[in-house]
Write a protein that binds this ligand. Sequence first.
Ligand SMILES: Nc1ncnc2c1ncn2[C@@H]1O[C@H](COP(=O)(O)OP(=O)(O)OP(=O)(O)O)[C@@H](O)[C@H]1O
Length: 302
Amino acid sequence: MVIRTENLSFSFGSQQVVKSLSLQVPEGCIYGFLGPNGAGKTTTIKMLLNLLQTEEGSIYIFEQELQKNRIKILSQIGSLIEQPAIYHHLTGKENLLNRAMLLQVNEDRVDEMLKLVKLSNAANKKAGQYSLGMKQRLGIALALLNDPKLLILDEPTNGLDPNGIIEIRELLMRLVKEHQKTVFISSHLLGEIERMATHVGIINNGEMLFQGSIKDLESISQPQIYIETDNSVDAANLLKRNGYEVSDINNQSLFVPFVSKQQMGEVNALLNQHSIMVFSISKQHKDLENLFLSITQNTQSS
Ligand SMILES: Nc1ncnc2c1ncn2[C@@H]1O[C@H](COP(=O)(O)OP(=O)(O)OP(=O)(O)O)[C@@H](O)[C@H]1O
């Protein structure tokens, strides 16, 4: 395991915000650390980076105890918490050169990093003129300068437009695939993480509610076929008469539990044969969203 915590706990005064957390982050994964606002993600991340002192429990990174091997471990971690620490009056390249000098890293790494995060064309533009997405990518480039094995990112997609989110997602997937990094990334939106994460930990009120691979999470949530038609009532009746279960229905759409791609094709053909217009048909993990939403709603009511 790259990160392993045992019964990690933390309180701000009388409020316990992290409760007996046992994280398991395997090497070479993208671990999505999910939870609604205030769940305790940033507090946990700060403990992993030794920015907050652990009160109870232990942290092992690269299978070494954090407190006893602090300097060695932290030198192998790149991190980005909230806003990246960049100088707005300097260009992207100057920001990287400045950090390279501080870290005594070869200057060649600067151009390499600019290329990696797709900022080569904007290298000589002032960082203050960068879009939010570009600033986040520059932040990631800064975190990667000294070639750390582990990247810890706290909500790096917060506030980004869909394009910005896709760029960060593709960058992180490349880092894991081509550069053998491990990425630990927090978010309060499952949708932003779902397509890149290989593993997830879902926390609420400081407690771990689910931890495992994305496949494990999907296996506890039954996939559905989402069908958008011109007449969902007729479509539902037709499907039921032909032995299909209809799990949910509203004015424009209905859901049928997914069995196979073959079955999806058959459903489509059946509707077409009976002159029901199918606008779209797709496989969805509806329950996955519901699972996460129910966690979010719990927080709002507490
Ligand atoms: N310095 C602090 N002093 C007191 N309470 C704090 C402090 N920092 C955070 N908290 C509280 O600890 C709890 C967890 O906060 P934390 O920032 O770890 O959550 P989070 O999951 O990262 O949320 P977000 O997505 O909003 O950043 C919240 O109730 C928050 O109000």
